[in-house]
Write a protein that binds this ligand. Structure first.
Ligand code: NG1
Ligand code: MG
Length: 500
């Protein structure tokens, strides 16, 4: 057995009952590293995927979100190699063939190609860009990932964050958690997705047994929040629809388009509110709905107590919802580019430049600003209420939390249009079998769903999904494949290192 075998402390915290299988996995990784590169790795860096409990597509609007880290993760075994070569391999070498780069080439990322090592280069660049340096050392790295790709559990953030951890150690750097999270969010933009920062923040800062209330604006802040005690206790079931939505290739009509819609929405809402100049002076980059809201109220939402602060959020967001209706209610069918440019008194070409259409191309004839803004403000409201219920632990907390999750799913489906028929169906089946609340998680358009379930109903919910969804549409799944697609999970810890 290798150095990283079952004695690795802390494994049982992270992986629960699965600890033996994980110990074997770490040992195999170390052994394969040795077989590939000739010596043991110096360390293994680990970063987890995440499930977002509530707060979808609002991180890039500057609003708080409520995710938790989970057990599936990316491991990077690494060792400096005293050359100027970076050799990177993957345990799944059939899907992700080995690559070799010189240190000098690591900053070149061709985002037009869907190439796995681009994400590795993103992590590399993320760390070094942050300290404005070039890389100085060659090293060998072997990766192993258990977060399904394109499934909404943030395989990309797990990959980039784990890589960053490896690179900073090899390069002798030590960034803070907040720096690592911001650097990783910036870095993922090099592959052409205009991402928010939720996934990276929770992958780095996740805490055992707590979800995180993550704020992005004015600065990144993560507050651990526990789910209320309940009898039976709450559990989360994750169900992957197995509909793969590749964000990289669908971005122009899906993810990046939504980012652009919320950005133009913010500009036009500021104009409607009569604060366009004030907002311009604030020089906020990017201009988000959160910035517009703060500028409108002119002073920050800080109360003497948590209660005051929550009340402040609720009042403000409700006002913004009413203003959204007034600003965009005339165009339920969406705006053309010319119509938006006219409202903003700019040339259409100038508008296009403003929304970064070239860096992150979008394809659309109409931009549904009313619906996107309604989703963003109402979802932010739900996140604040969700946290509040967790902290207050009222009677029937499960029903109340579940209700917010169900409303979030309706809003994602109808207003933000990021669900799909399979996600809708999975949510319906789970609720009927006893889930308090069911919704898509992550970017949507496929991928995973998350369900808040009383612990004594977990088996019923899983069985209903297995019988009614998986057996119907994916009848040839093996038991192992089914257990990867459908599982119960708890909040887990964030990124860490293991040493021999
Ligand atoms: P996924 O598709 O799960 O990686 C994406 C974004 C998040 C957030 C969610 C929607 C990236 C890396 N992540 O998550 O920042 O906007 O969609 O809430 O693009
Ligand atoms: Mg991702």
């Amino acid at each position: 057995m290798s150095l990283f075998a079952p004695t690795v402390h802390g494994l049982s915290d992270i992986y629960g009952a699965d600890v033996d299988a994980q110990a074997v996995r770490y040992a195999r990784l170390a052994a394969t590293f040795k077989a590939t590169f000739g010596s043991q790795p110096e360390f293994i860096a680990r970063a987890p995927g995440r499930v977002n409990i509530i707060g979808e597509h609002i991180d890039y609007c500057g609003f708080p979100v409520f995710p938790m880290a989970i057990a599936p993760d990316t491991l990077v075994a690494a060792r400096a190699n005293r050359s100027d070569l970076i050799r990177v391999s993957n345990m799944d070498s059939a899907k992700y063939p080995p690559r070799e780069f010189s240190v000098a080439d690591m900053f070149e990322i061709d985002s037009t190609k869907h190439e796995w090592s681009n994400y590795f280069k993103c992590g590399y660049r993320g760390v070094l860009d942050h300290v404005s340096r070039q890389g100085s050392k060659g090293f060998d790295a072997l990766l192993d990932g258990t977060v399904p790709a394109g499934g909404g559990l943030s395989s990309s953030a797990a990959f980039v964050c784990a890589t960053q951890l490896a690179v900073q150690r090899i390069e002798g750097l030590s960034l803070t958690q907040a720096e690592l999270a911001s650097a990783a969010a910036q870095a993922e933009r090099h592959v052409g997705v205009n991402a928010g920062g939720m996934d990276q923040a929770v992958s780095i800062m996740g805490q055992q047994d707590s979800a995180l209330f993550i704020e992005f604006h004015p600065t990144l802040k993560a507050t651990p929040v526990r789910l209320p005690e309940a009898d039976p206790p709450f559990a989360f079931v994750i169900a992957n629809t197995l509909v793969v939505s590749n964000k990289h290739t669908t971005a122009p009509t899906n993810y990046n388009l939504r980012v652009v819609e919320t950005r133009i929405g913010a500009l036009m809402l500021a104009k409607h509110l009569g604060i366009a100049e004030r907002v311009a002076c604030a020089n906020a980059d990017p201009l988000t709905f959160k910035v517009v809201m703060d500028e409108y109220f002119a002073k920050p939402n800080v109360g003497d107590s948590n209660d005051d602060e929550v009340q402040g959020w609720i009042e403000r967001l409700e006002i913004m919802l009413r203003e959204t209706e007034k600003a965009f209610g005339t165009h339920p069918q969406g705006y053309t580019r010319d119509e938006m440019a006219a409202v903003l008194s700019v040339a259409t070409a100038e508008l296009s430049a403003k929304i970064h259409e070239n860096q992150f191309p979008v394809r659309a004839d109409r931009f549904k600003l009313l619906q996107r803004a309604q989703h963003a403000f109402s979802e932010a409201l739900r996140v604040v209420k969700f946290r509040w219920i967790c902290e207050q632990a009222p009677e029937e907390a499960g029903l109340k939390l579940g209700d917010l999750m169900n409303q979030s799913q309706d809003s994602c489906r109808d207003l933000f249009e990021c669900s799909c028929p399979e996600l809708d169906e999975v949510c319906k089946i789970a609720r009927k079998a006893g889930s308090f609340g069911s919704r898509l998680t992550g970017a949507g358009w496929g991928g995973c769903s998350v369900h808040l379930v009383p612990a004594n109903k977990v088996d019923d919910v899983k069985k209903a999904l297995a019988d009614q969804y998986y057996a119907t549409y994916f009848s040839d799944l093996s038991t192992e494949q089914l257990s990867e697609a459908l599982f119960a999970t708890k909040p887990g810890r964030g990124a860490c290192y293991y040493f021999a």
